[in-house]
Design a protein around this ligand. Structure first.
Ligand code: NAD
Length: 250
């Protein structure tokens, strides 16, 4: 890759890179010259990532031993915490187990990877951490996103706290708050709602109608923001929740 590429010389670790935004970000970072470690629990999905700048391995962010091994193996300059899960339902639909799973995957796993990555980043003189939040968080609410919205709001608070504490150590920590993005799990959510509403098309209309642009985002549109936050172009940006939502929250 040419030396002028925007992420040349940097090493990135991405969680949940098998599909959706994580995958698009792995490809976009690799195209900008980063050495990318693309990880997921879905080995089949990883196996189709064949870019020469991308190395893949199985990494379950819920397992502490795997967190430590992943950081030790990759020594990342860029950590993109993308793994997350959407629980569907209001507070009355949310079991204790649903709440714990949402917070373990959407929040605790990021706490674990950041805590493991920070000492190495500080020792190497800096790093960029990007956490996946959502517009559905402390930014706005959406119906039936109780545990999801609470957990993604926690991501924003955690991001700001890490940014504040390590700003003098060369560490930047930002999060991304997308509106609805086309991805395999989003298609699953449309299919599930379609069963409730009687047709896939009715469900699609409900998702699309809440987006003022009349369409959802592509994963590549979110990946472009990830590349910006990963690289030195965004060197003066830290502790921010970057909303990329097609005007939903505006
Ligand atoms: P997705 O939901 O389709 O894919 C998620 C990936 O996470 C899968 O490849 C899955 O194997 C992996 N994964 C699940 N559990 C894991 C674990 N324990 N360890 C490692 N990987 C695991 O992808 P997406 O829709 O692009 O979502 C990615 C992130 O973006 C999530 O955090 C999601 O909350 C967030 N987000 C998505 C949207 C959207 O509309 N798609 C909007 C805002 C935020």
């Amino acid at each position: 890759m040419a030396g002028s590429a925007r992420l040349s010389g940097k090493t990135a670790l991405i969680t949940a890179a098998g599909q959706g935004i994580g995958r698009a970000s792995a490809l976009a970072m690799a195209a900008e010259g980063a050495k990318v470690f693309a990880t997921d629990v879905n080995d089949d999905a990883l196996s189709s990532l064949t870019d020469p700048n991308i190395e893949t391995f199985h990494f379950d962010v819920l397992k502490q031993a795997e967190v430590e091994a992943a950081i030790a193996r990759t020594s990342p300059d860029i950590l993109f915490n993308c793994a997350g899960f959407v629980h569907h339902g209001s507070i009355l639909d949310c079991s204790d187990a649903d709440w714990d799973f949402a917070f373990n995957l959407n929040v605790r796993a990021m706490y674990a990877t950041m805590k493991a990555a920070l000492p190495g980043m500080i020792a190497r003189g800096g790093g960029s951490i990007i956490n996946m939040s959502s517009a559905v968080s402390s930014v706005i609410a959406a119906p039936n996103r109780f545990a999801y919205g609470a957990s993604k709001a926690a991501v924003i608070g955690m991001t700001k706290s890490v940014a504040k504490d390590f700003v003098t150590k060369g560490i930047r920590c930002n999060c991304i708050c997308p509106g609805t993005v086309e991805s395999p799990s989003w298609h699953d959510r449309v299919t599930a709602l379609g069963k409730e509403l009687g047709s896939y098309e009715a469900a699609l209309e409900q998702f699309v109608s809440r987006q003022p642009m009349g369409r959802v985002a592509t994963a590549q549109e979110i990946a472009a923001l990830v590349v910006y936050l990963a690289g030195d172009e965004s060197a003066f940006t830290t502790g921010q929740a970057h909303i990329i939502d097609g005007g939903w929250a505006g």
